[in-house]
Design a protein around this ligand. Structure first.
Ligand code: PMT
Length: 217
């Protein structure tokens, strides 16, 4: 029996403000991340969730850290990563943010509105600097070349496992109960799971994380 592990789970979208009332975001609801948190709690582990803006009920036994922007989420993960055993990044972090956020609401004019964006830091690449035997699991939401793109991300960000999932339809993906997933492992193995419940995938992720932790001891 492995001792209870510390899971750090990111969930939901980030919001990148243009002005106080407008922002760039994506369709993540936080469901996938919260289900991973629930599965880890149910298996007797400790869980911290770093969440973007979501409307879900928080799991009672988890510590929840609320964030809005990718920069906030980056800071919260960096602060909490050293104490975790397992990081599961389900969050759909916005890759870009406006170069300027207006303090006041921007009023309409007759001109074309050009929005300049700059890159947000990549959280998974950043945590690598602090890594001490943690298990790192990520996600890749893709509309095409799902496996090739996900494998590229796994290698670039040096994850232990990535959950490649197809998005773009109504049956699975963002904000619904199902996901169409393939697990890609760092040893080159791919395990196709097809369309399944996020709840079931969450349990599989927790089991795989425990196996990684056991094999690293
Ligand atoms: O929240 P739900 O509605 O349940 O939807 C679940 C989901 C579709 C959001 C989830 O299953 C999912 O796929 N999340 C990852 C979304 C994505 O496409 O990530 P990415 O390809 O941009 O990034 C790859 C990995 O790097 C992810 O683990 C991501 O959290 C991480 N990342 C991304 C950008 C960034 N700046 N820093 C990161 O660490």
């Amino acid at each position: 029996m492995i001792k209870p592990l510390n899971f750090l789970v990111s969930a939901g979208p980030t919001r990148e403000h243009i002005d106080p009332v407008r922002f760039i975001t994506n369709a993540s609801s936080g469901k996938m991340g919260f289900m991973v948190a629930e599965a880890a709690l149910a298996a007797g582990h400790q869980v911290k969730i770093v969440t973007g803006p979501v409307t879900l009920e928080y799991p009672e036994k988890a510590e929840v850290i609320e964030t809005i922007t990718a920069m906030d989420m980056h800071a919260a993960i960096m602060t909490n990563f050293p104490e975790c055993d397992v990081l599961v990044m389900t969050a759909a972090v916005c890759d870009y943010r406006p170069t300027k956020t207006s303090i006041n609401k921007i009023h309409k004019s007759d001109e074309t509105f050009i929005l300049r964006l700059e890159k947000n830091p990549d959280i998974l690449l950043s945590v690598r600097r602090l890594e001490k035997n943690q298990t790192i699991i990520g996600f890749a939401a893709e509309t095409n070349d799902v496996i090739i793109s996900a494998r590229r991300k796994l290698e670039k960000k040096r994850m232990d496992m990535i959950v490649a999932n197809e998005v773009g339809g109504k049956e699975y993906g963002f904000a619904v109960e199902h996901i169409k997933a393939t697990l890609l492992f760092k040893n080159g193995e791919n395990r196709e799971l097809g369309r399944c419940r996020k709840k079931d995938i969450a349990e599989i992720i927790v089991k795989e994380a425990i196996k990684f932790q056991e094999s690293s001891r």
